[in-house]
Write a protein that binds this ligand. Sequence first.
Ligand SMILES: Cc1ncc(COP(=O)(O)O)c(C=O)c1O
Length: 274
Amino acid sequence: LPTLRQLGVPCESVQHNRIDRVESRAAELARTHRRVFYLCDGVYSMHGDIAPVDDLFALLERQPKLWAYVDDAHGVGWAGRHGTGVVVGRRGVHERMVVALSLAKGFASSGAALVFGDREMARLVFTCGSTLIFSGPLQPPLLGAAIASAKIHLSDELPVLQKKAADRIELFDALLAERGLGPRSIEPSPIRFVQVGHENRALEVAALLRAAGYYVNVSAFPAVPRRRAGIRIVLTCHHTLDDVRGLVDELARVLPRKERDADLAPAERVMTER
Ligand SMILES: Cc1ncc(COP(=O)(O)O)c(C=O)c1O
């Protein structure tokens, strides 16, 4: 957004996933602007929640001046046909949509794929896009890794791997619910977030987990709101089911129920306010 603002593009924020609010602002702005872009993620990087993709497609149908740019970096690999994410892989691409698919996360390489619903927009970005003009080429080893990964994504192995990832997510969520910890997002994705509350306490919890052999991320302000820090876990096919069980056991041990209840209550309110 700062870069867009420097270019003189008026930008504003809309409450998380509130397609109704996007619609009312888009309708107002359409009176005075040729194009209105809604920028969002496919899978959100901290809580692992997912954009309301069907609602977004329906909105694009209702608002002819609205375009969507969806960053689906975290949808790649585990979601959708050939691992093309929660938008392209599940719904395709709308004619007024651009979807960015990073190859640096689930794809295990580097670089990205951009998917356009409009041929002219693709030509414009390819011809004028600043990173396509000025950045260096993708390094050959990464290109080799991307090709190898693409072959897996196009093969029959991918659905097997996706199922394996889904099993780990399902087990993690079930065990977390059993322990009263509850993941932050109800939508299944490999990113799971267990809210702790205070930033220092989240760091402490992560250190305790690391001492027990579990290396997790701490997610804190400004990536998430102040005082709603937490433990961010990224589940992969490399984890065994016992790894998942062990991690949840350890989480339950280091986060006593009383503390969780106290800290989770405000977050639940925020979720419903959204
Ligand atoms: C939502 C999102 N998009 C894109 C990226 C970066 O992707 P890339 O490394 O391909 O630029 C990140 C994080 O690194 C991210 O969280």
